[in-house]
Design a protein around this ligand. Structure first.
Ligand SMILES: [Zn+2]
Length: 191
């Protein structure tokens, strides 16, 4: 199976620039023993098959790659590694969707109302506190939350989704953002 090609195809299908403003966001797939992750500075909107790095799913392997020359794995790699250590193989999609991020600054949890979200995610997700991007504190907090939830929303930062399949990761990300947009618009209209 051409895993890298699959990832590129699926991420490009998201087709909406508001998920990955600038060069933000990252994506990984972990199938024991190898972790495949987008490289630092990748533009996910225009991702290609040469934007990926393979490494072992260990922090020291990440540090080696950082020093080793060549493509550097995403600075959020420690969060991906910590999450896989606690939850097992699968994939992680990290995005900065506009409405989810704006709402995360104002409220402590997002309650879902659409049938799709209720079915896929449940009633609500809480907003996790803000930590520096790429920090071990953020990695610990998010990976702990992802032990019991597929979706984590970090204040003033973005969404981290850990699932068994890429399709589901994209679907969850799009669903949260769609409901967040709806919620935001209702807040604006209701004043
Ligand atoms: Zn981020």
């Amino acid at each position: 199976m051409n895993k890298v090609g699959d990832i590129v195809k699926i991420v490009k299908c998201m087709g909406n620039n508001s998920f990955f403003p600038g060069y933000s966001g990252n994506i990984s797939v972990y199938e024991d023993p190898l972790l495949l992750i987008s490289s630092s500075g990748t533009d996910l909107k225009n991702i290609t098959t040469s934007d990926f790095v393979f490494l072992e799913c260990r922090l020291d392997s990440f540090q080696l790659k950082q020093r080793g020359g060549g493509l550097v794995p995403s600075s959020e790699t420690p969060l991906h590694i910590k999450t896989y250590e606690k939850t097992g193989p699968g994939c992680i999609l990290h995005s900065h969707p506009d409405y989810s991020v704006v709402l995360s600054e104002k409220i402590d949890e997002i309650e879902f109302r659409s049938e799709g979200a209720l079915e896929l995610i449940g009633n609500k997700i809480e907003v996790l506190p803000e930590f520096d991007a790429g920090s071990l504190e953020l990695a610990e907090k998010v990976s702990d939350y992802l032990k019991k939830n597929e979706v984590a929303l970090v204040r003033n930062h973005g969404l981290f989704v850990k699932t068994d399949s890429l399709e589901r990761a994209v679907s969850l990300t799009e669903t949260v953002e769609r409901d967040a947009r709806q919620y935001y618009l209702e807040l604006v209209i209701d004043g």
